[in-house]
Design a protein around this ligand. Structure first.
Ligand code: URP
Ligand code: ZN
Ligand code: ZN
Length: 456
């Protein structure tokens, strides 16, 4: 048995001083004081916060975008996650056009099984809707894949409104969660062409061709279609004040709309696209970084409880060999950026340390809400007797500097280079085993697949 003594435990509702005992991969007991027996290992958590392991519900590992494969795969991505305090992630298994959901799921298992250092689950990204796909949904639920993603942008991935309505109706009936990449693909295509026609070939053409209204229109349409289908929905990687307004509007009309945003939209702004040379390409992601006013609006929304989850949308491409392929044409810069390793510390440092939110909110946004929303509660995201012993001993006073030189993400940059952060994962337990300490791995390869439940 491991007994963690004198820590300050965190839930979404409160913090409290207690000891916590781990045995057989589970939380065995929580009490104000636990007396160790001979043979027990005692760990002091004096001065530390004890969080349930953080969950990143939006990653793209080992993803082939048709031309390139992401820099991080499951071995590197899950290891990086673990070192930063993330003990579980939900990656997007993505259906090939012309392929089945079953094949996509089998492929993602081959990518992840036996190769992961934190736990993992899969959403299913549906890109080719047909009779076979329709028939496959119950089997997905059976296999523990209880959430779908659809895209309204990217020609190789996006679905029509006709298909969206049918999928949403089925999700409602089967109790599946659904997330949507909300950008209007037709508008993006038009604006990209216009930017290139004006000779704007550099990274600055990226935000210009995907302005907030492109996101807001898609969120509005998604929510209206969801209203027709009477289906609760999630807007993933919300990036703009205009998009947030559409979420609010749907909620005011009585709809359930979950909102996910990401550290990049809370900490960085569009000025990055004006960096010298081709540096702006490091920040080419969709949706793009926004204005300082958008950043402020989202930060306020986080503090006021309007956002349910903070994910990373981790989708890493090497700057020197992959981003560079768009040197002459911004539409050829692979979209996405890394963040998986740094999300907990970025959030703690920019929200909890300055007092904008308490650690309870961090627990809600990074652990409890993703666990509840995606069918992993109360095994995960929860410090309670019988829950999985995935937890993070968090040092609220640690000061450190983010640098690609010291990261475990297998990519040659980080968007957060040089940021001085407060707070860091001191020790990370996976199934009751010390798996990372002070940002470095202790035990690798312990990650397991998490079959998830439906929540209705
Ligand atoms: O630019 C991004 N976000 N790439 C990853 C795929 C997606 O849109 O979520
Ligand atoms: Zn997306
Ligand atoms: Zn994504």
């Amino acid at each position: 048995m491991i007994i963690i003594q004198n820590g300050t435990l965190v839930s979404s509702q409160r913090t409290w001083r207690a000891d916590i005992a781990l045995e057989g991969g589970k939380i065995h007991q929580i009490a104000p004081r636990l007396t160790p027996r001979p043979g027990d290992e005692v760990v002091s958590a004096e001065g530390l916060l004890v969080f349930p392991g953080f969950i990143d519900p939006h990653t793209h590992l080992d993803m082939d975008n048709g031309l390139l494969t992401t820099a991080d795969d499951f071995p590197s991505g899950t290891l990086a996650a673990l070192c930063g305090g993330t003990t579980a992630l939900v990656d997007f298994a993505t259906q090939d056009r012309g392929g089945t959901l079953k094949d996509a799921l089998a492929l993602w298992h081959r990518k992840a099984d036996g190769r992961s250092s934190c736990h993992y689950a899969f959403h299913m990204a549906v890109t080719d809707w047909n009779e076979t796909t329709r028939q496959e949904l119950p089997a997905m639920v059976e296999a523990g894949v209880t959430s779908l993603k659809v895209y309204l942008a990217y020609d190789a991935l996006r679905i029509s409104d006709f298909v969206l309505l049918e999928i949403l109706k089925l999700c409602r009936n089967l109790g599946l969660q659904i997330g949507c990449h909300c950008e209007n693909g037709d508008l993006v295509n038009f604006l990209q062409k216009e930017e290139l026609g004006l000779g704007h070939t550099g990274p600055g053409g990226h935000p210009a061709s995907r302005p907030p209204v492109v996101e807001a229109e898609a969120i509005s349409r998604y929510c209206y279609v969801a209203r027709l289908a009477q289906c609760p929905v999630t807007v993933v990687h919300l990036s703009s004040a205009a998009g947030l307004e559409e979420v609010r509007k749907a909620r005011r009309g009585g709809q359930t709309v979950y909102a996910e945003t990401c550290p990049q939209y809370l900490l960085l702004d569009e000025s990055r696209y004006g960096l010298p040379g081709f540096e702006g390409a490091k920040f080419v992601m969709s949706p793009p970084l926004r204005s300082p006013a958008d950043v402020e609006a989202l930060r306020r929304a986080v503090a006021e409880g309007e956002i349910q989850t903070i994910a990373t949308d981790h989708c890493s491409y090497h700057y020197a060999t992959q981003k560079i392929l768009g040197r002459e044409d911004f539409t050829k810069i692979p979209n996405g950026a890394p963040g998986l390793e740094h999300r907990p510390a970025l959030f703690y440092s920019s929200f909890v340390a300055p007092g904008l939110t308490g650690p309870e909110t961090m627990c809600a946004l990074l652990a409890e809400n993703p666990a509840r929303q995606y069918g992993m509660w109360p095994q995960k995201g929860c410090l309670a007797q019988g829950s999985d012993a995935d937890l993070v001993l968090w040092d609220p006073r640690a000061k450190w500097t983010v640098s690609a030189a010291f990261q475990h993400q297998k990519v040659d940059y980080t968007p957060y280079e040089g940021m001085v952060l407060t707070g860091r994962a001191k020790a990370v337990y996976l199934d009751g085993v010390l798996a990372a300490q002070d940002g470095e791995p202790v035990r690798t390869g312990l990650g397991r697949y998490i079959p998830r439940a439906t929540i209705s």
